[in-house]
Structure formats: C-alpha cells, structure tokens
Design a protein around this ligand. Structure first.
Ligand code: ADP
Ligand code: 5GP
Length: 230
C-alpha cells in the first residue's frame, strides 16, 4: 500500500468529520418507512458482496429486539449516553423516531471507509435531510428510497415481523405516509424502488450500485498494481 493511501486512511480514522473529506468511496444511503424492507435488501447486498460493502452501525436508545446483537445491528445506548455523545459532536446526523433517538456516528462511517468498502447507511428521512446539508457527502452519497407497495402491505409486513407493540406499530405507521411523500418527490432521491417482490427490488438496487462496485475495484487494482508497495 502506498504511503499516500496509508496517510489518507490514517487521516480518515482520526479526523472524525474529516473522514468524509478524505475519502471518495461512495456512501449508499437506504431510506424508507419502517417495514419497507431496508434491512432485507441491505443484508442481501452484504451477503452477495461481502467484501465490497460495510454497514454503518448506528447508535440507538431503543432496546435490542430478539436476535439483534449490540455492536452488530446497533450500538445500544441510554438516552443520557446518546445526548452526551450528541453534545460531543460525535454524530453526522441523528433523529428522534418512534420515541427513540437514532444516530450515525462519524466513527461508524470511518470504520467502514477505512476498510475501503462502500458504506451502507439505513436511516430515516430526517437523517437524509441532514446528510444533504453536509458538503462532503454530496458527491458520494447514493440516495435510495425503498417504497412499500401500499400502506396496507407495510402494516401487514410490520405485523408479521412480530417486532412491534401496538403502540410502536401505530407510531411507525403514523409517520409512514409523510416519509413516502418526501421519498417519492422527484429530486429527493437518486432512485426509488417499490419493494413488491424482494428479488425484483434487489435486482434494481444491485444494478444501481454495480458501477460503484466496479469503479472501486478498478481503483483498488490500479493502486495495488501501480505503487509497488504491497
Ligand atoms: P425495514 O428494515 O425497512 O424496517 P425489513 O427489512 O425488516 O424492513 O422488512 C420488514 C418485514 O417485511 C420483514 O419481516 C421482511 O422479511 C419482510 N419483507 C421485506 N421485503 C418483503 C417483500 N418484498 N415481500 C414480502 N415481505 C417482505
Ligand atoms: P428500527 O427501530 O426499525 O431499527 O429503525 C427505525 C427507523 O430508524 C428506521 O427507519 C431506520 O432507518 C431509522 N434509523 C436507524 N438508524 C438510524 C440512524 O442512525 N439515523 C437515523 N436518522 N435514522 C436511523
């Protein structure tokens, strides 16, 4: 690895928000109402291209669901811890959703970019609006909105998932229409995918991000082949 690349990576891992300035690696942002299928689709990407993508692990004040693991699905923290971290400026964006705070830390992104993988974010509309304001994000963010076929289908999928109480289900559905309105407004996202059938939806996501995967591979090969420092 060249001295320059090592220097860039070191800069990325230590400078917090400087990470975004130093790296040209794309950031794939998946957004959509709760239950629209973001986790399902991102897990498919991670399983097909395991060494090309890394998931940005958000912080949240919500409790882990059965099967979720701290440090894998989320960093689970108390509201006090979250508020302190926000005050410290640890996050690139954060939002209150369904009675809990969620946020993307600078470190969660830099940890992925450090490994030279495309970084995947699974965040809500409030988070997307904040990212759009960050100049360093603008050229490399790929904004994808996952739209459910209908609100009824969304509700049925959330109920079937079995993760929500009556109250949390109601809260999630209450904001879904406004999220969809923003999501399907032309210009707000680079791509809108209706998640009717998983394989069809995944095919569209795959096709959209494939050029970035190929470009990243090309750059890696050129760097490794060109500087003689292996
Ligand atoms: P999100 O991450 O956006 O909250 P999930 O990926 O957890 O949504 O999907 C919500 C539920 O819907 C899950 O139980 C998932 O298995 C299911 N699901 C996702 N996509 C589809 C689809 N195209 N058809 C049927 N069920 C789906
Ligand atoms: P869940 O509780 O179902 O895991 O997530 C609820 C919502 O919070 C989803 O829409 C998800 O995309 C969003 N979310 C998860 N992590 C973050 C984050 O770091 N920031 C923001 N703004 N939203 C997040």
């Amino acid at each position: 690895m060249s001295y320059f690349i090592k220097y860039q990576l070191l800069k990325m891992s230590t400078l917090g928000s400087g990470v975004l300035a130093a790296s040209k690696i794309p950031i794939l942002v998946l957004c959509g109402p709760s239950g629209s299928g973001k986790s399902t689709l991102l897990k498919k990407l991670l399983s097909e291209f395991d060494n090309k993508f890394g998931f940005s692990i958000s912080h949240t004040t919500r409790s882990p669901r059965p099967g979720e693991t701290n440090g894998v699905d989320y960093h689970y923290v108390t509201r006090d811890e979250m508020q302190q971290a926000i005050k410290n400026g640890d996050f690139v964006e954060f939002a209150e959703f369904s009675g809990n705070i969620y946020g993307t830390s600078k470190k969660s992104i830099s940890d992925v970019l450090y490994t030279q993988r495309i970084c995947i974010l699974d965040i809500d509309v409030q988070g997307v609006k904040q990212l759009k304001q960050i100049p360093d994000f603008q050229s490399k963010q790929r904004l994808v909105f996952i739209n459910p076929p209908s609100l009824n289908t969304l509700k049925a999928r959330l109920v079937d998932r079995g993760t929500e109480t009556e109250e949390s289900l109601a809260k999630r559905l209450a904001v879904a229409q406004a999220e969809i309105d923003y999501g399907i407004t032309p210009g707000n996202f680079d791509l809108v995918i209706v998640n009717d059938e998983v394989d069809k939806a995944y095919g569209k996501l795959r096709e959209f991000i494939l050029p970035d995967i190929q470009q990243l591979e090309k750059e890696k090969t050129q760097t490794e082949g060109g500087d003689g420092d292996k």
